[in-house]
Design a protein around this ligand. Structure first.
Ligand code: HEM
Length: 402
């Protein structure tokens, strides 16, 4: 079924490519309708190239699990046709296919493993403490910039090996790029900074991810400067998801005070609350793949070379998988969300994202007495990521720190 064939009173799937729907409307109305009526739907070319939309959990998971048929190399996000394929294709972790993908991932995996993140618990706790100290000192703050952004940025900088004194400068640049919705590589300051740091690590390796990127080999050769740089950009850029999930989680709990109370009274609910926040916020809105061969999905013929877009928040509200999917329930069991993807490209930062969210919620529950929302929480204008663009809050601390 195509958009042209849809009855007028039904939601129009073409709206999904409009940032206004995601920022000001309710994309879930469209996705709910599509799951029921057009789960594999073709969108004709517009400013964007033509693509298929998948909205059901089962179909999206199946595509994620078949990287041979559904390639990441041409790009994993919809971009205007005039811009062509993603220039990072084949070079970054997110934009490579097996077998190269697995080898590249092997270079970075140690830094994000369960063991590595367990080793970072103290660092995460200290980063949460200092972020909250600062936010409480400010009194009125924007939870996006002053808490979530700062925290996820600090942690990825630590893992990459960015010297402490440079964190603030880098945070200002990444904020600028996120706000302007431009690629981080387009930011001259960032590019130059990472280029210099990579050269420094080439001469003086340290125990950090940047050193692994410049000294590690994939298929018996070192990464080129461009490949190393683009992977740094990929890693820093991925923290936008982390920040949106963190702040989206805080907002979800503030909007569901009974769930917040429940969590405060029973901290054993924390791991489940984190999973529900990930499902509820589904901050990565879509992943794209390109078919490498002709194949069939729910009776629709997908041709080699066609793009397939996976709408993750839709999968995470699929009524065939989740009972009462539009209810925010921190005790939901089971909770088989795919907010962090699945298969080969399963989010490498998943353990880190969960650990920082657990720790931030613990910090807020322990330290914040009263939290007042000072204004509206406008959503980001994007079809790639979702969450609050700003969340003005005022904290009244439970007790003063000495
Ligand atoms: C809750 C927050 C996060 C969400 C919802 C999220 C979501 C995702 C999703 C959906 C993908 C798959 C993209 C695709 O293949 O099309 C992905 C991959 C990735 N994520 Fe995350 N992510 C989060 C946090 C992070 C963090 C904190 C990092 C840390 C650096 C990170 C780094 C990456 C990287 C490098 C990939 C590519 C992995 C690969 O291709 O093998 N993510 N993430």
């Amino acid at each position: 079924m195509t958009s042209a064939a849809l009855p007028l009173h039904d939601p129009d799937p073409a709206l999904l490519t409009e940032t206004a729907l995601h920022a000001d409307g309710d994309p879930h109305l469209v996705w709910r309708w599509m799951r029921r009526n057009a789960p594999v739907h073709f969108h004709h070319a517009s400013e964007l190239p033509a693509f298929w939309s998948l909205t059901r959990h089962e179909d999206i998971k199946a595509v994620y699990r078949d990287p041979q048929t559904f390639s990441s190399e041409q790009g994993v996000l919809l971009r205007p046709a005039r811009q062509g394929d993603d220039p990072g294709g084949g070079m970054t972790l997110a934009l490579s296919d097996p077998p190269r993908h697995r080898l590249l991932r092997g270079l970075m995996a140690d830094w994000f493993s369960t063991r590595a993140v367990r080793g970072l618990e103290g660092t995460i706790a200290a980063a949460v403490d200092s972020t909250l100290d600062r936010a409480f000192e400010l009194g009125d703050c924007d939870a996006v910039h002053d808490i979530a952004g700062r925290l996820s940025h600090t942690l990825i900088c630590r893992i990459m090996g960015v010297p402490e004194q440079d964190h603030d400068r880098l945070l200002a640049w990444t904020d600028e790029a996120f706000e302007a919705h431009t690629s981080l590589v387009a930011h001259p300051g960032l590019l130059e900074y990472f280029s210099e740091l990579l050269f420094r690590r080439m001469e003086e390796p340290a125990d950090d991810l940047m050193s692994a990127l410049v000294h590690g080999t994939v298929q018996d050769r070192l990464l080129t400067e461009e490949e190393a740089l683009l992977n740094c950009e990929n890693l820093i850029g991925a923290t936008e998801n982390g920040r949106l999930a963190l702040v989206g989680g805080v907002l979800a709990l503030l909007r569901h005070p009974e769930q917040l109370r429940r969590l405060d009274e029973d901290r054993a609910l924390l791991p489940g609350a984190v999973e529900e926040i990930l499902r509820w916020t589904s901050s990565a809105v879509h992943s794209m793949r390109t078919a490498t061969r002709d194949c069939t999905l729910r009776g629709q013929r997908i041709r080699a070379g066609q793009r397939v877009v996976l709408w993750l928040p839709s999968a995470d509200r699929d009524e065939e998988v989740f009972a009462d999917p539009d209810r925010f329930d921190i005790a939901r069991r089971p909770n088989r969300h795919i907010a962090l993807a699945a298969g080969e490209h399963y989010c490498i930062g998943a353990t880190l994202a969960r650990a920082q969210m657990r720790r931030l919620l613990t910090g807020l529950l322990d330290r914040a007495g009263d939290v007042a929302v000072l204004g509206p929480a406008p959503r980001v204008r994007s079809i790639a990521v979702a969450g609050p663009r700003s969340l003005p809050l005022r904290f009244t601390p439970k007790r003063r720190r000495r």
